[in-house]
Design a protein around this ligand. Sequence first.
Ligand SMILES: Nc1ncnc2c1ncn2[C@@H]1O[C@H](COP(=O)(O)OP(=O)(O)OP(=O)(O)O)[C@@H](O)[C@H]1O
Length: 657
Amino acid sequence: GRVSRNIHKRFSFSSYSFGDKYDDINLLGSASVESRGSIRIPADDDFEGAPQHQAGRALYSSPVRMWDPDTGLAASFNTTFSFIINNQPAKGNKSASGGGLTFIVAPDELTVGREAGWLGMLNEHPCKETYNAFAVEFDNFKNDEFNDPNDNHVGINLASMQSSHTADASLAGVFLRNGSFVTAWINYNGDSRHLEVHIANASTMERPLKPIISVPLDLSPILKEYMFVGFTAATGGAEAQTHNIVSWNFSSKTHAVPRFPNKFLKSESLCNGNVSDGKIQKQKKHSRESEAFLIFLSVSVVIFLAFINLACARTGTKQTAMKVHINNHRPRPLHKPRKFNYEELSAATNDFSEKEKLGQGRFGSVYKGVLQDGSLVAVKRLSSLQIQGSEKRLIKKISHILGQKQPHLVQLRGWCREKKELLLVNEYMPNGSLDTWLYPNPWTALPWLLRWKIIKNIASSLAYLHEGLDQQLLHRQVKTSNVLLDISLEAKLGDFGIGSWIEDRQARLLNPAAADYHIAYQAPDSASYTRKATDKMDVFSFGVTTMEIVCGRRPIDKNLAPAETVLLKWVWELHKTGNLLAAADKRMKNQYHPEQLMRSLTVGILCTHPDPNCRPTMKKVVSFLTGKKALPPLLSKPAEGSVTVSSKDTKDPLDMV
Ligand SMILES: Nc1ncnc2c1ncn2[C@@H]1O[C@H](COP(=O)(O)OP(=O)(O)OP(=O)(O)O)[C@@H](O)[C@H]1O
């Protein structure tokens, strides 16, 4: 599954509905919304005089994102609109000429372009400053100064009244000024840099097969991030012409490289990563000295505060009474976990529609849903698969998970067991799963401080499941697709505990690709289905996940050189040659904390030891990561008697790839 990081914009005005959405349209110059509900330029109905030499604009009132500054790519957009150009000879002037209209992407919401041949698109700029607008013109006057081909053409205008491409509208059977309905379709693809324009002289919305213009076009040099879209039109001096836009649909999509909060980008401890493994030892010593000073400082502050507190308690001030009152007011849980019925979840997910699908795992699909109370949920639909054990045992297992509350565990809000399906209702995590942040976007580099925080968050939630409960709960599916990010990019571990209910062999049949991907996280000792699951298998998966987060690559990547294909082996080799820092994700551009990075990779190596007995517990991992416990020295070879990482005679699942 992948969470899209694109920004979409979509709006629609059905025929003669501009009056109903008056606030959504910004009218400039002589543009108006006439009584029937279409946009009309010029405003005045009187053909006798006023409409001559008029220019006006009607823009969608909010800016639209048209360009992504990080990738430099233009938006892709599709727009369809219907218009009528009505042309009558002005009094005393027999020849009917005209002006025309444009669909414009404008850099501002204030400019009204010049009248006549300028179509309200541009002004003459005495200082020659360019006005970076893009427009498709529907021009019914031949301006020789702009090299117009005739008085009935469509043109592409890039910050200029001289069109870069033109086409004769009559080739599509369209006569722009004869007062009939014209429909235009403008489709621009910012990735492939291609523009197509279709027109049809009809009130139907059916697009003709053949475009009137189809050209390669890179709009990115003239676009800026936010722009205004809409229409311009103008009249000249020898005609009485009105331009009515009757209906309009617009949709756009821009790439978006996430911008991370400053707290993840700036830190004094972040330094250029060109540091050798050896230098880090020295840095460690220095940081221990500063840690000692910090501890001294904190202890002094605590003693001081305790003293103040004691003094207040003696005087029995009002303040103390108030504090007690606040502490007693304990918040109630927002959503009590419960059993859901099928209809409720079907309604919440729009009948499990494809549009609401968040992703597909080994056992089924996950859908976004809105419950009746308005809260957002992610519904995991485990269909037609073998759930292990009796119904009674299953419910018992679910209730064990339902009760778990830890800040870094995705909250299970309930379940539904109906129609031979099991549906799990989880809290919705708006920023999706971690794998979608790591891949495949080459522009997104998760900042180091965020990666470091995520690693510590996962470690703490696993330590809680393993050692913080009366009855140990094994996760059994620790991997980046099960690490989910909430609105403030806090990491939470999802899908904990459910691995033990589900028939693994069934999963391969359901989704072989996902099953292959899953195997990369599995410890060699879990290769046998008869072997009982242990917490050390979770520790192994955590080790692989940690390496993946630091290195920003998949645990198995067949596109890489053979020596690098298996992440675990590659990291181990780099460690042996004292070159561990070279494993850091290149997209971080050396902006990381070398000591933290080394520490997490070392923890990764310890956790993926082939011998489960040599792997640390998750509690120990937490103290290694937080620096409470010193890391044991890593041997250049795994300890005597244990199986080596690269050994061929183990049942290492990585060797099966
Ligand atoms: N609570 C949630 N909030 C938002 N998105 C979610 C949530 N749970 C899952 N997803 C999305 O749905 C996708 C599929 O999830 P699912 O857990 O079914 O599969 P998986 O983790 O990729 O594989 P597996 O089935 O082996 O666990 C995830 O990758 C994630 O993008």
